[in-house]
Every structure is written in C-alpha cells, then in structure tokens.
Ligand binder design. Structure first.
Ligand SMILES: NC(=O)c1ccc[n+]([C@@H]2O[C@H](COP(=O)([O-])OP(=O)(O)OC[C@H]3O[C@@H](n4cnc5c(N)ncnc54)[C@H](O)[C@@H]3O)[C@@H](O)[C@H]2O)c1
Length: 407
C-alpha cells in the first residue's frame, strides 16, 4: 500500500499522544541523502526549508561568504529541524565533505562559473541555481567542464513544476488536445527585484541582464512547449521606473524593468513574452493556441490582499471536444514552502535523480538554451535589430552550438 501523507493530522497537537511505537500512517522514512547548501540567502534558505518539508534528504551543512546569511539560515532551520548543521569555513571544505551526497549552489549568478568549478572537482552530483551563468561563453565553458563529470548537474529551472505548467504540458504533449501548436504567449507582471546581498541583482554585469536573470524561467518553458530550436528573436524594452536613482559605489543601476520579446522557432511556432516589473502584485499568464483549441493559464499572487495564490487553467476546444475551466492548487503547506510549490516538486525530481530514476528536471543543455534566447533578446534590445540565433552564436565564437538541436 502507498501510504497517504496526512501532514494535517501528523502535525496536529491532538495527535501528539501517538508514540513512535504506534506511528504507521504518520511514520516517515529517515532521510536518505545529505545536502550541502552553498549560498544561504533567499534561495538557499528556500531549498533548506523545502528539503526538510519533503523529508527525503537532510541538510548536512551550509557555506556562505556572509556571516549574517549563515546566522539567518541557521536560525530559520532551527525552527523546523533539530538535526545538527555543519558550518564550513570555506567553499573547498563545503564541496569536499565526504558525507555530502549533493552540492546545491545558490550563490549569485556571476559566481556560478567559479563555484561550479570547485564543486565539479568533488565528483558529486550538483544542483545549480538558474541562470547557469551571466554570459553564454561562461555557460558553454561550464558545460564543457561538466562533460567528464560522472554525476549529474541539475539546473534550478523549477517553474516547469508550477501546477498550471504541469497541466499545460499534459494538454499540449500527452493529450495533444490543442492539435498542432502555432502560437505561444507568456507574460509576467510583478513588483521590482528585491533587495539582495551586496545588491548584486541591480547590475547587468552580475546578472547577465534582466531577461537572463529572471526570464530564463519563461524562455525555458516556451522552448519546451515549442519543442524546437529558436531561430530569430526581436525584443524591445528598457529601464523606465525601477532603480533609476539607485547607485552603488558610484555606479548607477542598469537593469531593465520591462520588455516585449518575439521568438520564431525552426518548426514555425511563433512566441511572445512580456515582462513588466513595476506592478503592485504578481501575475503570470500563458496562452497557447493550436489548430484544435486554445489553452490559457493564470497565476495571481496578491500579497497585499494576503490571499492564497490563485491558479487556473482553461482549455477551449470549441466543437473539437469538452472545454473546461479549472482552478489548480497544490497543498497549502507545499505552495507556501516556495515558488507556489514548484521548488518542492523540483526537490522530488532531485531525489529521484539521486535514486537513479528517470526525471524531467532541467539539464545544462536546457539551461543553456533558455540563456541563448534570453541573451539574444538582451542583444536585440540593445541593438534595436532582429537577432538571428545562428549569427549571434557565430559572433561569439560559439559555432559548436549550431549543430545538434535543442531540448
Ligand atoms: N529558481 C528560482 O526561482 C530562483 C529564485 C531566486 C533566486 N534564484 C537564484 O538563486 C541564486 C541566489 O539568489 P538569492 O535570491 O538567494 O540571492 P541572495 O543575495 O539572497 O543570496 C545569495 C547568497 O550567496 C552568498 N554568496 C555570494 N557569493 C558567494 C560565494 N562566492 N560563495 C558563497 N556564498 C556566496 C551571499 O552572501 C548571499 O547570502 C541566484 O543565482 C538567483 O538567480 C533562483
């Protein structure tokens, strides 16, 4: 029998009299894997929280350059776990702990290339937060370096596990209810980038640009849905509202806060992506249209009203079948653990990958292609011209990427 997970009862005060000897439904397997989290800021702490919630791995130890981040991460961890937590003095010790099963790199984008190099030398499985790097040259060098790595490198593109995109993939690929897909449009409307350690995310040189830093998630989703190679990109955008007066060490912030992006794929699919980062709350929309129907997903996170995230999927099939309009949710505990539950399901994929099972989590190749579309869009915004992906790759001496296709 597969036991149901009944956390509501498991954690309830009126079930505390159930002793360890009587636990059957409430009994959980001991964690099998040990995680080491490198970079314990916002995302590193989310991974620690999610790992404890899932219960298939324990957080063995943490490393960060900033003591305040370690203290905050440890304090937050103490609220949810009484397991011991190692603190490493440096990156090398974090990566070479022989008890570690997987290294989770959650440091800022511009550090990924160097941190990954040290992590790869350990020979251990690696989870690397998105985006892989700030430049395509670094991302390709990282893939080359990982080529002889005998363990996997999973990229933190977890939006594919959001409830509405899981359902959209099912409609588009398994059920094929929309028929042949022709257009895909996505949008994200949200507040500005939050404060970060050293305010690294206010500068393109640290992030790779807003479309790389944030929107690689959406380009990954669009690439997967189009299931083809992007061939041309046009984008228009800029910095209209956010951080116009922000400076650090005399250098002004240069990050874009809005953009419109158009992508053409080799199989004829056309896609668009819209970003606006000066909104009061968060909302995301996807519209996919095929020759048999239209699919629309919404996600609305109104933190001012303090209501739970509202997520839905609508499938309109006209006379081709049953249409429907459905609200979607993951259990509240899971949704609230981070990114509306997507990170939790990303951890399940990580654990399954450690178990040696087949998984659908992001590969380095997919992480690279999300970056290629994003970087081409950044270049188009800069130059004002349509960017041919092949010419763009050749201009950066990345001819090796012309062959082999994607996803
Ligand atoms: N997958 C997602 O949805 C998602 C969401 C947010 C952030 N991220 C990614 O996670 C990474 C971290 O972002 P964040 O929001 O947690 O930033 P953050 O500023 O909150 O935390 C980063 C932490 O890394 C530490 N750090 C910096 N350089 C380091 C180094 N060389 N070695 C060790 N520690 C170092 C900082 O002191 C800080 O504590 C970024 O790559 C970001 O793009 C992913």
């Amino acid at each position: 029998m597969t036991k149901p997970r009944l956390r509501f009862f498991e954690n309830s005060v009126n079930q505390r009299h159930i002793t360890a000897a009587d636990r059957y439904l409430y009994k959980q397997e001991a964690p099998r894997y040990n995680l080491v989290v490198i970079g314990t800021g916002t995302m590193g702490q989310e991974h620690m929280r999610v790992a404890v919630l899932l219960g298939r791995a324990r957080v063995l130890g943490i490393y960060d350059q900033q003591p305040e981040s370690l203290d905050a991460a440890e304090a937050a961890y103490r609220l949810i776990s009484d397991e011991p937590l190692r603190r490493y003095a440096d990156l090398q010790s974090a990566c070479s702990d022989t008890d570690a099963d997987v290294l989770m790199i959650c440091t800022p984008n511009f550090t990924h290339v160097d941190v990954l190099k040290t992590a790869l030398a350990s020979g251990k499985p690696i989870f690397l937060e998105k985006p892989m790097a700030t430049t395509l040259a670094d991302a390709v060098a990282m893939m080359d370096a990982a080529h002889h790595h005998n363990a996997f490198v999973q990229i933190g593109l977890q939006y594919r596990y959001k409830a509405q995109y899981q359902e959209a993939f099912y409609e588009i690929k398994q059920r094929a209810s929309l028929g042949q897909i022709h257009t895909i449009s996505m949008s994200e409307y949200r507040p500005p980038f939050l404060d970060k350690v050293g305010q690294w995310n206010k500068f393109n040189r640290n992030t790779g640009g807003t479309l790389v830093e944030k929107c690689c998630h959406y380009f990954d989703l669009i690439n997967l849905m189009a299931d083809s190679r992007a061939v041309r990109v046009y984008a228009s955008g800029g910095q209209a509202v956010n951080f116009l007066d922000f400076q650090k060490d005399g250098v002004a912030s240069d990050i874009d806060d809005h953009a419109f992006v158009t992508i053409e794929y080799a199989n004829g699919i056309r896609a668009s992506f819209t970003l606006n980062m000066f909104c009061p709350d968060f909302s995301e929309e996807l519209i996919v249209v095929g020759d048999q129907g239209r699919l629309v997903t919404h996600e609305r996170f109104d933190f001012h009203a303090q209501v739970p995230t509202q997520t839905s999927i609508k499938v309109e099939l006209g006379e081709n079948g049953a249409s429907r309009n459905t609200n979607l949710s993951y259990p509240m505990l899971i949704e609230q653990s981070g990114h509306h539950g997507a990170t939790y399901y990303e951890h399940i994929a990580l654990m399954n990958q450690l178990d040696g099972k087949p998984v659908d989590c992001a590969t380095m190749q997919q992480g690279l292609w999300a970056m290629i579309v994003a970087s081409a869009a950044q270049e188009s915004m800069r130059s004002g011209h349509v960017v041919s992906i092949d010419s763009f790759l050749c201009a950066q001496q990345l001819e090796q990427l012309l062959e082999g296709g994607q996803v």
